[in-house]
Design a binder for this molecule. Structure first.
Ligand code: ADP
Ligand code: MG
Length: 239
């Protein structure tokens, strides 16, 4: 088992954000985490990458504490605060992410941009990219180092349907080509069904965990979002 979350609870002072959450993720899996706003998804991810530490319970990655294996994990945050007026090119932005070995940086940057289909924007200003392109640059940045695990927090928020499909196709391709274990927080249930093998449903507490066809039921959705959400459209496929 690559990632083991056992009886995880997390409190911000007196406020309980996560309570008794347990699940396991195998190497090479692609897993979605779903739940309403404020249900603790980002808090869960931050515990997994070792930025936060469990109040009670444990998380292990390859048997070790997350903060001891941070180098194995790439994180694409929910909101990367960026002032679009800052004059910085895509290439310069990517260069800020150090690659270690001298001389390999330039090649790595081009390869990573090619992998996300953006080699033609290398010299463009970061602030001039579309939302979808910007997010793909963020993914390319995470690809600069060989990571065992990639974590995406709502990667398609604010991006149109075509851009969204591009991003999820890309994540799937990285998962298949590199064997990278991928965790994605998503609101899009259609996407979850189509792209992921397993889904963790949380609402502070664990609601369910398993393959989407089995665990995403009307009852689960009721527990997550209450009634009348209209969130689930099983026939509304993306073409
Ligand atoms: P989600 O990502 O599912 O929308 P979050 O993990 O961001 O939810 O937040 C879970 C809960 O914890 C929310 O009620 C949020 O207001 C609270 N929370 C998040 N960060 C902090 C913080 N730094 N201090 C106090 N409360 C926080
Ligand atoms: Mg969040």
């Amino acid at each position: 088992m690559l990632i083991e979350v056992k009886n995880l609870s997390y409190k911000f002072n007196d406020f309980t954000a996560l309570e008794n959450v347990s699940f396991e993720i195998e190497k090479g899996d692609i897993v979605a985490i779903i739940g309403p706003n404020g249900s603790g998804k980002t808090t869960l991810l931050q515990n997994i990458i070792g930025v936060l530490s469990p109040t009670t319970g444990t998380i292990t990655i390859d048997g070790e504490k997350p903060r001891d294996v941070r180098k194995k994990i790439g994180y694409v945050p929910q909101k990367f605060e960026f002032d679009r007026t800052i004059p910085i090119s895509v290439h310069e932005f990517m260069s800020l992410e150090k690659c270690g070995k001298k001389g390999h940086d330039e090649k790595n940057i081009i390869e990573a941009l090619r992998e996300v289909g953006l080699e033609d924007v290398e010299e463009k200003q970061l602030g001039h990219l579309s939302g979808g392109q910007f997010q793909r640059v963020m993914i390319a940045r995470a690809l600069l180092h060989e990571k065992e695990i990639l974590i995406f927090d709502e990667p398609s928020t604010g991006i149109d349907l075509v851009g969204e499909k591009t991003i999820y196709d890309l994540i799937k391709k990285i998962n298949e080509d590199r064997g990278t274990t991928c965790l994605i927080v998503s609101h899009e249930l259609n996407i979850v069904n189509k792209y992921t093998k397993k889904v963790v449903c949380i609402n502070k507490q664990m609601v369910c965990y398993g393959s989407p066809e089995i665990v995403i039921t009307p009852e689960t959705l009721q527990k997550l979002y209450g009634s009348g959400t209209g969130l689930y459209h099983p026939h509304n496929h993306i073409h």
